[in-house]
Design a protein around this ligand. Structure first.
Ligand SMILES: Cc1ncc(COP(=O)(O)O)c(C=O)c1O
Length: 387
C-alpha cells in the first residue's frame, strides 16, 4: 500500500502555503498592470510592489530602499558578488568559505578565472569557519568577504555577526548567503554587520523563482544586466509581481512564526538524530547544536545514500542525498569533503530537512523504516562485510 507523502526535503524547496497563494492570485488575474505604467492599473500594482518591499524589509529589520527583488537566491548572490567585483574595477582579493552553495562557490571560481584571487577558508569537523582564520586571510587588496549564514547540506550556522565585525573593522564588504536561514531563524539587519544578504522565497513556503538581495544604503554594485530602471537598475526587467507579493506574504508569516516553529522543529530534529545514532556505524554531519532547526544530515556507513533515498522513496518519504543541486553528480559533495569525511562515508550521506507540516508521526515513521533499509543494504554491501 502506498503511504501518504512524508516530505522531508524542505532544504531543497517547500510547498507554497495557502495564504501565500491567495495573496498572489489577484496579481495573475485582475491586477495585471505593469508597475512601471503610469495609468491607474499600473500605479495600483506599483503600490502593491512597494508594500511588499516594506513588509519584506520589516521582517528583516531593513529599510525598504535596501531591498532589491531578484529572480532567485542564485541571482541575488551573483548580483552581490559579481556586482561588487565589477564595481571594485580592478583585480583584488575575495574571501569565502570552502562550504558555500554553488551559487557563491561557482561565482568565485569564475572570478578567479577573470583574475581575482580567492581564499576558500577551511572549516572544522562541524563545518564552522574560525573567525581567527578570516582575520589572518585578509590582505590589503581584500574587497569582499562572503560567508553563508547556514549551510544547506549540513545545517551548520556560522558566526556571521563575529565574521561581519571583522570585515567592518577592516572596511571590507561583507555578504552572507542567508537563503537557508531567512524564515527559519531571526535575522535583524539593524544590528547584523552585513552589507549584502541573499534570500529566496521558495525556502520559506513562498513561490519559486523569486528572491531578494538586501544591500545596505550607500553600498554600490555595478549591475550585471542592462535594461529598464526597475529595482533601481540593479535588477532590470519587468518585476515578477505575483512572485514578489508571494515572497512578502511568505516572509511575513514565516518570521512571525519563528519562535514556535523553531521549538517544534528542533525537537523533531533531535528526535530523528537520536534515533539514527542508535543504529551502528551512523554519524551525524554538521554541528550537534548550532544547526538549522529542521536539518538532519547523517552518513550511513558502508552504503550509498542514493540507495537509502530510493528505498525511502518507495515508502513515500522524500529526502535528499547531499545537496539537491549536486545530486546526480558522481563526485561527493564538497561540503562533506571539507568537514573531513572519506569519500565512501560522504557517499552514504542523507539530508532530512523538516519544515511546516512535519510531525512526530512522520519522524517515527522514518525511524521505524530506516533500520530495516540500512540492514538490507548492508547485507549486500561488500565493504560492510570486509569491515
Ligand atoms: C544556501 C543556498 N544558497 C543559494 C541557493 C539558491 O537559491 P535559488 O534556488 O533561489 O536560486 C540555495 C538553494 O538551494 C541554497 O540552499
Amino acid at each position: 500500500m502506498k503511504n501518504r507523502l512524508i516530505y522531508m526535503d524542505h532544504g531543497a524547496t517547500t510547498p507554497v502555503r495557502e495564504e501565500v497563494l491567495e495573496a498572489m492570485l489577484p496579481f495573475f488575474k485582475e491586477l495585471y498592470g505593469n508597475p512601471s505604467s503610469l495609468h491607474s492599473p499600473g500605479r495600483e500594482v506599483r503600490r502593491a510592489v512597494e508594500e511588499a518591499r516594506g513588509k519584506t524589509a520589516r521582517s528583516l529589520g531593513a529599510d525598504p530602499e535596501e531591498i532589491y527583488f531578484t529572480a532567485s537566491g542564485t541571482e541575488a548572490n551573483n548580483i552581490a558578488l559579481r556586482g561588487a567585483a565589477k564595481q571594485h574595477g580592478k583585480p583584488g582579493h575575495i574571501i569565502t568559505s570552502s562550504i558555500e552553495h554553488h551559487a557563491v562557490y561557482e561565482v568565485c571560481r569564475d572570478l578567479e578565472r577573470e583574475g581575482y584571487r580567492v581564499t576558500y577558508l577551511p572549516v572544522d569537523q562541524f563545518g564552522m569557519v574560525d573567525p581567527a582564520d578570516l582575520e589572518k586571510a585578509i590582505t590589503p587588496d581584500t574587497f569582499i568577504i562572503s560567508i553563508m549564514s547556514a549551510n544547506n547540506e549540513i545545517g551548520t550556522l556560522q558566526p556571521v555577526r563575529e565574521l561581519g565585525w571583522i570585515a567592518k573593522k577592516h572596511d571590507i564588504l561583507f555578504h552572507s548567503d542567508a537563503v537557508q536561514v531567512v524564515g527559519q531563524l531571526p535575522v535583524d539587519l539593524n544590528e547584523l554587520p552585513v552589507d549584502f544578504l541573499s534570500l529566496s522565497a521558495h525556502k520559506f513556503n513562498g513561490p519559486k523563482g523569486v528572491g531578494a538581495l538586501f544591500m545596505r544604503k550607500r553600498t554600490e554594485v555595478t549591475p550585471l544586466y542592462r535594461g529598464g530602471s526597475q529595482e533601481k537598475k540593479i535588477r532590470p526587467g519587468t518585476e515578477n509581481v505575483p512572485g514578489i507579493i508571494g515572497l512578502s506574504r511568505a516572509i511575513e508569516l514565516a518570521v512571525s512564526e519563528i519562535p514556535q516553529k523553531k521549538e517544534k522543529l528542533t525537537a523533531l530534529r533531535d528526535r530523528l538524530i537520536s534515533g539514527f545514532l542508535e543504529i551502528e556505524e551512523v554519524i551525524l554531519n554538521g554541528h550537534p547544536g548550532l544547526r538549522l532547526p529542521g536539518n538532519v544530515n547523517v552518513s550511513f556507513k558502508h552504503i550509498e545514500g542514493e540507495s537509502v533515498l530510493l528505498s525511502l522513496d518507495l515508502e513515500g518519504v522524500a529526502v535528499s542525498s547531499g545537496s539537491a543541486c549536486s545530486s546526480g553528480s558522481e563526485e561527493p559533495s564538497h561540503v562533506l569533503i571539507a568537514i573531513g569525511l572519506d569519500h565512501s562515508v560522504a557517499h552514504g550521506s542523507i539530508r532530512f530537512s523538516l519544515g511546516l507540516g512535519s510531525s512526530e508521526e512522520d519522524v517515527d515513521f522514518v525511524l521505524g523504516k530506516i533500520p530495516g533499509i540500512v540492514k538490507r543494504l548492508r547485507e549486500i554491501s561488500p565493504t560492510y562485510h570486509k569491515h
